[in-house]
Design a protein around this ligand. Structure first.
Ligand code: SF4
Length: 84
């Protein structure tokens, strides 16, 4: 699991999907505050934007179940996720 974290929010992406170019594009398009970037066909997390997360869950809808988690560090690490 790769993860990047801000002060309030941590985003985790399963290693197995980091190299999925189509998913990288979907995540880049889905997130309204540009937390995901499709860089060289890989899912990159833009650390400097993490704390802009609005908890909209659009990234969870765009990704296969269980591959992306949004963790609220300020709330005891409560996680937003889709399970399979
Ligand atoms: S929950 Fe919304 S704002 Fe937060 S990372 Fe996912 S798509 Fe971006």
């Amino acid at each position: 699991m790769s993860e990047r974290h801000g002060i309030f929010i941590r985003v985790e992406v399963e290693e197995s999907v980091r190299g999925d170019a189509a998913l990288a594009r979907r995540l880049e398009e889905a997130c309204p505050v540009d937390i995901f970037a499709a860089t060289d066909g890989r899912v990159e997390i833009v650390e400097s934007n993490l704390d802009e997360c609005v908890l909209c869950e659009l990234c969870l809808d765009a990704a296969p179940p269980g591959t992306v988690r949004v963790v609220k560090r300020y709330d005891g690490d409560a996680a937003l996720e889709r399970t399979a």
